[in-house]
Design a protein. Structure first.
Length: 289
């Protein structure tokens, strides 16, 4: 006789979803929102906050395929070199139910001046187009990194435009009344957005076209609240590293209470950054032998 436990199917933490473009909307000079749906969107289980997924760009190297780890491993997608070249990671800006019970998913694309692969796709996207993503099938997954400990008295958030969707989703998730200091960097004044939060958030917009200082410079010049903090920093890699160092070495934040995420690297494409990381790991392994 089959036991109750045996009868429960295993759910892979990440799996492919074939989504359909419902509409697009320009949010500012640098940001374009693509809203996706379709029958498979109902199975996507985003955990909110900085939940990310992998977009498999049509027509890229590897033919847009995706390989899921054997047994649905929990560490995220695994892909060949060609398939990696066709993917980009994006935070889920929002996931919601429509009046008819179907699911909508918003992804915000940054429109880089060099017209990157993802930006070109987003600009050409039209209702009815299909997009494959590799996303979470369970809400608690390893692509969700914003995890403040229970004893957190206040949070610090710093993000550039690439991490703005995640920062906005985090602000919506924060509990009512929780103090938050927030620095958001964007290229142009029109890229600023209305943000919803029940937290007691003080939000500073740093507009680069207006000559605003970088986030780390503004944080350095600010007197931060007392109590036990939790920090989430995301955006360009060198800025993230610098601010992480400042918070831990100069402000005394406990390292485990600072979550850092390098969303991109200046002067490198995502493929180049991956190759650089792989070479660095290989050299470290050779030295360790």
């Amino acid at each position: 006789m089959t036991s109750t436990t045996d009868a429960i199917p295993e759910v892979a933490p990440f799996r492919p979803f074939d989504l359909i473009v419902l509409r697009t909307r320009r949010l500012g000079p640098s940001i374009l929102r693509v809203t996706l749906g379709g029958p498979e969107a109902d199975g996507l289980r985003g955990g909110g906050r900085d939940q990310s997924l992998s977009v498999i760009l049509p027509g890229g190297p590897g033919g847009g395929g995706a390989v899921v780890p054997a047994g649905g491993g929990s560490t995220g997608p695994s892909r060949s070199e060609d398939e990696r070249a066709a993917t980009r990671s994006y935070a889920v800006r929002a996931q919601r139910l429509r009046a008819d019970g179907s699911t909508e998913v918003d992804l915000d694309f940054v429109l880089h001046g060099d017209g990157g692969t993802a930006a070109r796709w987003a600009l050409a996207a039209a209702p009815g187009d299909r997009l494959r993503v590799l996303g979470p099938a369970v809400a608690d997954n390893t692509a969700l990194r914003f995890r403040p400990p229970a004893d957190t008295d206040w949070v610090l958030i710093q993000a550039d435009e690439t991490a703005l969707p995640a920062a906005a989703a985090i602000l919506e998730w924060l509990p009512a009344g929780l103090p938050a200091r927030v620095w958001l960097e964007v290229p142009f004044t029109e890229d600023r957005q209305a943000l919803n939060t029940a937290a007691k958030a003080r939000i500073s917009w740093l507009v680069r076209s207006e000559g605003a200082a970088r986030g780390i410079e503004d944080v350095r010049a600010t007197e931060l609240p007392g109590g036990t903090p939790y920090a989430w920093i995301a955006g360009e890699a060198s800025g993230v590293r610098a601010l992480h160092h400042h918070l831990v070495r100069e402000r005394g934040f406990a390292p485990e209470r600072v979550t850092s995420a390098a969303y991109w690297r200046r002067g490198l494409s995502e493929e180049q950054a991956r190759r650089a990381d792989r070479l660095k790991r290989e050299r470290a392994e050779q030295v360790a032998r």
